[in-house]
Write a protein that binds this ligand. Structure first.
Ligand code: PLP
Length: 418
């Protein structure tokens, strides 16, 4: 089974003739179509906003596309706040969802006018000490156990470090309100990479239930509900994508039933990262070695320094051998990079068309948590990123790291010439 690419083998050859591999290509049109679908799915909700999780694809050119489509940014560090601001996203369009947060981080978030999302009850005091209590504050919830409408358990959160238990959440909201915060919201991210169609509606049921309970017990009417991210993408060709329009409609039904009927109307926020950019980023890498020992190996010029997910999580990423999409001569191989680490494998026992040196492999679904997780282990330099514009042209949006960049933080003989 294959996955369709938004570009041709001829385009790939053209690009790799001009630019050294490995590099990333992002499909602008694909990203725009997905964001349009998300906005459409929640168009029924006045004030809805997708706060794109910056950590997924922290590249300004991508963030500017999202900005132009009315997205906000979900940030968790000072550099991420700066990336958002530098891309035209500011004020309440920034959600600052951090944990183990320092005073200076709270100060920066407050100065940026961001919505601060507190991860723990103890953070209320830390926030107040750091920069005072802002008018708008969000609190992150961890229910321990997450249930479907039919009360079946969907997942456990007991070993998840994020968020507060219900009593703590209520206490945090009570204190924040008493200290003058007039616009309060709640946030929960109870899964990761879920292809479960019912995830958002089930999460909405959980959170809207809290909205009602908070009004009843604390007398506080919340101002927004943040359903965060966690919607997965079909990494494998036989997996079925989440129908976001249906998921949005599922949330609408729960909203009507639980909130509207009780006279409550509030904006819903999401913080999708993977769902928005994941399918629209590709890592292009050249075959540089073929090795036949106890197994068959295809060596490539990319490594986990460019895309860590397979090495770190054993994650599946589909691979297309460019120009050989319809080849029937298959071989079963491990696709490996140059790191001195045996987990440096983009694929294990993968059936691929017969490859030769110089073939270009396209690694799919690398648009989120891909380049972003890059690192410099083994002195590997981070690769460039390109944007494929809707007219099919390629534009560099991040140059490759140079040796000078790599040395820029080091104490080295000033006379040393690279
Ligand atoms: C990582 C993260 C997201 C995005 O997660 P995806 O799996 O990319 O959708 C959203 N919100 C928070 C707080 C996160 O940490």
């Amino acid at each position: 089974m294959n996955k369709i690419l938004p570009f041709t083998a001829e385009q790939v050859r053209n690009w790799t003739d001009q630019y050294p591999t490995p590099f990333y290509v992002y499909d602008e049109e694909g990203i725009r179509n997905t964001v349009s679908a998300v906005n459409k799915a929640f168009a029924w909700n006045p004030g809805f906003r997708e706060y794109f999780a910056v950590k997924a694809t922290p590249t300004p050119a991508i963030l500017r596309i999202l900005e132009s489509m009315d997205c906000g940014a979900d940030c968790s560090s000072v550099p991420e706040i700066l990336l958002a601001k530098g891309s035209g996203i500011s004020g309440k369009r920034i959600m600052f969802t951090s944990n183990e947060t320092s005073a200076s981080e709270y100060q920066t978030a407050r100065e940026a006018g961001a919505i601060i999302n507190l991860d723990d009850l103890t953070q209320v005091e830390n926030l107040e000490k750091a920069c005072g209590i802002p008018d708008t504050v969000c609190c992150r919830y961890n229910p321990g156990e997450f249930r479907f409408a039919d009360n079946a358990i969907m997942g456990h959160m007991y070993d998840t470090k994020f968020g507060m238990k219900k009593e703590q959440l209520f206490e945090a909201l009570r204190i924040l309100s008493a200290k003058g915060a007039s616009r309060l919201g709640i946030h929960a991210m109870l899964t990761s990479c879920s292809l479960e169609q019912e995830y958002y509606p089930a999460l909405a049921r959980e959170l809207f239930g809290l909205v009602l309970e908070i009004r009843e017990t604390l007398g506080i009417t919340l101002s927004f509900v943040d359903m965060a991210g966690g919607i997965g993408i079909p990494y494998k060709p036989d997996q079925i994508p989440v129908d976001i329009i249906a998921a949005g409609d599922g949330v609408r039904c729960v909203y009507e039933e639980m909130l509207r009927s009780n006279g409550i109307g509030l904006p819903i926020y999401t913080e999708m990262g993977r769902f928005v950019t994941g399918p629209h980023g590709y890592l292009l890498t050249s075959v540089v070695g073929k090795k036949h020992i106890w197994k068959e190996y295809v060596g490539v010029d990319a490594s986990p320094a460019d895309l860590m997910r397979p090495a770190m999580y054993g994650a599946y990423h589909h691979i297309t051998v460019s120009g050989k999409e319809n080849s029937s001569f298959e071989e079963t191989v491990d696709v490996v990079g140059a790191l001195c680490e045996n987990n440096d494998k983009f694929a294990v026992d993968r059936s691929l068309p017969h490859t030769e040196l110089g073939d270009i492999l396209v690694i799919h679904d690398a648009g989120a948590h891909g380049h972003a997780m890059g690192y410099n282990y083994n002195g590997r330099l981070r690769c460039a990123e390109y944007l494929m514009c809707p007219d099919g042209s390629l534009k560099m949006i991040r140059r490759a790291q140079s040796v000078q960049d790599y040395f820029s933080t080091l104490d080295i003989d000033p006379e040393f010439k690279f």
